[in-house]
Ligand binder design. Structure first.
Ligand code: OAD
Length: 239
């Protein structure tokens, strides 16, 4: 088998905009009408579990009716020619539904829940994670260990357990592509710094994103058109 070049694709909320899902920092800093600190932080969870559960129940119901767009499909199609890992900050499952086979969810997954308290001092094992699909979870719904079920989402104030694996993928990559993220939330925002010297880094976003690294080349466009341009460019360059 011939050696396939490795591409790592880092995605954010912008890749799912054309599927009808909103970004986080789009409308005056509100996420679907809520302050992210209220519905996506560990303090917010402790303050009002019912509100947080309801918020993610709504997001799950919305996701059921969303479809992958041409950008998700184009990212999946890169697997025809390259060895691709998608590292996504998104909690939706549109990359998987588009056909991407290797997807690392840095910030968790909307369709999954887990016990509020892991067995070992608030950590959790993958076996404790429960797939609820697009279904609702209510206060009083308990895990087998007797504790309240919570969204399998990395809240502000919590560690990002998969960051080490993401760093490994970026370090191994021959090309990095970033799509639809404001690069405002760490540690995800710093991942591109692990790309090896000489590895090209492209960014698709319609807005000007604050870039601290001169080697990042921006394709200033929405994700669907940007992906078409990116794919053409790879072909032209013979990458
Ligand atoms: P943001 O809302 O911060 O940024 C979304 C980016 O998408 C912006 O740069 C927009 O310009 C861009 N965008 C908008 N429409 C687009 C389109 N049609 N095509 C391509 N790009 C478009 O979202 P993220 O960077 O993903 O964490 O936010 C990172 C994290 O912050 C999220 O994962 C979330 C939040 O707190 C958690 O929930 C843990």
């Amino acid at each position: 088998m011939t050696h396939r070049k490795k591409i790592v694709v880092l995605t954010g909320a912008g890749v799912s905009v054309e599927s009808g899902l909103s970004t986080f920092r789009g409308q005056g800093g509100l996420w679907e009408g809520h302050d992210p600190q209220e519905v996506a932080s560990i303090e917010g969870w402790r303050r009002n579990r019912a509100l947080v559960l309801q918020f993610y129940n709504e997001r799950r119901a919305q996701l059921e009716h969303a479809r992958p767009n041409a950008a998700h499909l184009a990212i999946a199609a890169l697997e025809d020619r390259y060895d691709v890992t998608v590292v996504t900050q998104n909690v939706d499952n549109l990359h998987e539904r588009a056909g991407s086979t290797r997807v690392l969810h840095l910030h968790g997954e909307l369709t999954k829940v887990r016990p509020e308290d892991g067995i070992y001092d608030r950590t959790f094992s993958e076996e404790e994670v429960i797939d609820v699909g697009f279904g609702a979870v209510e206060p009083g719904d308990l895990a087998p260990n007797g504790s309240q079920l919570r969204p399998h989402i990395v809240f502000f104030g919590e560690a990002v357990p998969k960051i080490e694996r993401a760093i490994d993928c970026v370090q191994a990559a021959d090309l990095m592509l970033i799509v639809g993220t404001s690069l405002a939330v760490y540690p995800a925002a710093g991942l591109y710094r692990y790309a090896r010297a000489g590895v090209p880094v492209y960014l698709i976003d319609p807005e000007e994103v604050a870039l601290y690294d001169k080697r990042i080349v921006q394709i200033r466009d929405v994700a669907t058109r940007g992906m078409a341009r990116f794919t053409d460019m790879l072909r032209e360059k013979g990458f």
